[in-house]
Design a protein around this ligand. Sequence first.
Ligand code: ADP
Length: 241
Amino acid sequence: MCIQVANLFKCYGKHPAVKGISFNARPGRVLGFLGPNGAGKSTTLKILSGSIPLTAGQVSICGLDIQQNSLATRQYIGYLPENNPLYLDMYVHEALTFVAEMHHIVRAHERIAEVISLTGLEAEQQKKIGQLSKGYRQRVGFAQAILHDPEVLILDEPTSGLDPNQLQDIRLLIKQLSSQKTVLLSTHIMQEVEAICDDVVIIHQGQIVADFPLNELAAMYPGHRLESLFMRLTGPPSTRI
Ligand code: ADP
């Protein structure tokens, strides 16, 4: 297992946002982390990426506990945060050079060229990020996240706000990257999960309400499609399975 989460809690002050969740993510697969707004998805992903501390529980990335090895585990992780914050005044190539320096990447020039090609940014690399369309900005976010060739990719709502063509391109890119990595992506879009995910975890009000391989949906929840299962599990308590 590349990501192991055990009994994870997170409180913001007195407000419990994540209430004792456990799940695992496997290499070479895409895990869709689903939930309605406010369910605790971003909070969980921020903890996994080392951006905020956990309140209780254990998280290990590639066998290392994130609390005891916070610097080492960050090397294993590529993180694309929600809303993809970028330096809009920087040129694409310049921004990637900056990230390569942060990660002390050896042979940075070659690696940047490789990642630019992988993310389809050849024609944009000499442009300012602020000049790019949303889809291309998202590609820059991906390029930054994968530059140090992490084992694990954590993507928070990676296709939100994209038009259908851009959406298709980014989904293809995620699928392509997932063959060699463990990908964890949060979303509230069911078609996204059906298009690219292998495994599904559904979180609701800070707790996990389902965890299954997508190809076992029919066997585990007869008569349900993902959308109807999601509605039942995250609807009012009286309608829960
Ligand atoms: P999701 O990503 O599923 O929409 P979040 O993880 O953003 O959910 O939020 C989970 C809960 O934690 C929500 O009730 C939200 O209001 C709360 N929350 C998120 N971030 C903060 C914060 N920085 N301070 C206080 N409460 C927060």
